[in-house]
Write a protein that binds this ligand. Structure first.
Ligand code: ATP
Length: 344
């Protein structure tokens, strides 16, 4: 199913939430389009799980409104309970009943619903668990348990699927495969999905759009490319991938840094020049530097180099070029850097 650009699956407007009088969600405002996979990305404690719980109806909002599928579920005089929101949720720890079978776990949430056996069979087929129905959950691997949690969430055919850090309990070697499987299932069902994660690779690789959250607010929302290449602030840039940050005072509408002089606004203010390591290259003519460390990753490598004025920068290059600490190199920029106000 394709994303329906004009059909809103969810609209959150000015949602706030507090614990013990301390506001942890402030003015949460965003839309999700039908069929879209939106990732909410942000550092630990920024309010991602609480946002999902507000949407699911497990927490109360102190202000704001929420519509799901065009129907109001939170408004000043209206709170629709979780079971009436048409939302499926996969919890971080899966929250399965370990001694029940896969089938029993899925059917538990379908009691009293007409066609529950067919719904269960469909959910098992979609998650490639058809032959696992009689297995007990505690006998399954982490990846299989995650699929059971997903099957249970999608079995009632919800309008919206909420995934809370769905890969965090998995071994890193399993993660990319399980992520791919989950992405395929979500795509096949066409279900609108909100995924929360603190892993930027996860967000960038599977989301249609990424919402970056910090201190209870969404500070930027956009395609993975927009978020990575045009971060709205230094915080977003640094969280979302490696970045060299160089500061300078703006004068004559430009900022002077050891990597060059770049256009900037607000004469007299401090500007931050952001350069991704992969936007620096080794070249025949360029800025002289000395390699201080080499981090080899197989698919590529990072050289830590010191410019002659002592500034340290990180340069990502292919893994075949061989340089050792102490080697003299020249570096230059392959792309214009992003220049932001240092307070941003
Ligand atoms: P993480 O990535 O570590 O899971 P998060 O971004 O999901 O973090 P939340 O779990 O939503 O963040 O927490 C947001 C803030 O609310 C944190 O400061 C947390 O300590 C606080 N908080 C969350 N749940 C409760 C609760 N039940 N009682 C009191 N404070 C809470």
């Amino acid at each position: 199913m394709n994303i329906k650009k004009d059909t809103l699956a969810l609209r959150a407007s000015g949602l706030c939430a507090s614990f013990d009088g301390i506001e942890v969600i402030s003015d949460l405002t965003f839309d999700v389009r039908e069929g879209e996979l939106l990732a909410i990305l942000g550092p630990s404690g920024c309010g991602k799980t609480t946002s999902l719980r507000l949407i699911a109806g497990f927490e109360l909002a102190t202000a704001g409104s929420l519509t799901i599928g065009g129907e109001s579920v939170i408004e000043s005089n209206n709170f629709r309970p979780p079971e009436k929101r048409g939302v499926g949720m996969v919890f971080q720890d899966y929250a399965l009943f370990p001694h029940m079978t896969v089938l029993e776990n899925i059917e538990y949430g379908l009691q009293g619903i007409e066609g529950q056996h067919q719904m269960t069979a469909q959910a098992l087929a979609m998650t490639n668990l058809t032959n696992f129905g009689d297995r007990r959950v505690h006998e399954l691997s982490g990846g299989e348990q995650q699929r059971v949690a997903l099957a249970r969430a999608i079995a009632p055919q919800p309008k919206l699927l909420l995934l809370d850090e769905p890969f965090s309990n998995l071994d890193p070697s399993l993660r990319s495969r399980v992520r791919e499987e989950l992405h395929d299932i979500v795509r096949q069902t066409g279900i609108t999905t909100i995924l929360v994660t603190h892993d930027q690779e996860e967000a960038l690789s599977i989301a249609d759009r990424v919402a970056f959250m910090t201190s209870g607010k969404i500070v930027q929302i956009g395609s993975p490319e927009e978020i990575y290449l045009q971060p709205a602030s230094i915080d977003v840039a640094v969280f979302i991938g490696e970045t060299n940050v160089l500061y300078g005072v703006v004068s004559n509408s430009s900022v002077d840094t050891p990597l060059g002089t770049f256009a900037a606004s607000d004469n007299g203010s401090i500007a931050a020049v952001l350069v991704r390591p992969e936007h620096l290259v080794l070249s025949k003519i360029g800025i002289p530097a000395t390699v201080t460390h080499r981090e080899y990753y197989g698919h590529d490598q990072i050289l830590r180099v010191q410019l002659d004025d002592t500034t340290l920068v990180r340069v990502r290059i292919d893994s075949r070029t061989h340089h050792l600490p102490g080697d003299r190199v020249m570096i230059s920029l392959s792309e214009a850097p992003l220049v932001l106000a240092a307070s941003g």
